[in-house]
Design a protein around this ligand. Structure first.
Ligand SMILES: [Zn+2]
Length: 64
């Protein structure tokens, strides 16, 4: 296939990017990428000096 690749392909869906939104093809894909980026940062296993508590201080369910 020889497509005139003037614009980069959208890294999200692979469609030709929109010049205004490149390298994405749409705001939706841009948002998706941004979301991935943010989630990546949050997902990073931050096993630094954080308290090594296994669970967050969630209140225990009262059992009768
Ligand atoms: Zn896209």
């Amino acid at each position: 296939m020889s497509a005139p690749a003037k614009l980069p392909s959208c890294p999200i869906c692979g469609k030709p990017a929109d010049p205004k939104l490149k390298p994405f093809c749409s705001e939706r894909c841009s948002d998706i990428d941004l979301g991935r980026w943010l989630s990546d940062r949050y997902v990073i296993p931050a096993s630094e000096d954080e308290d090594d508590g296994d669970l967050p201080p969630a209140r225990k369910p009262e059992s009768e």
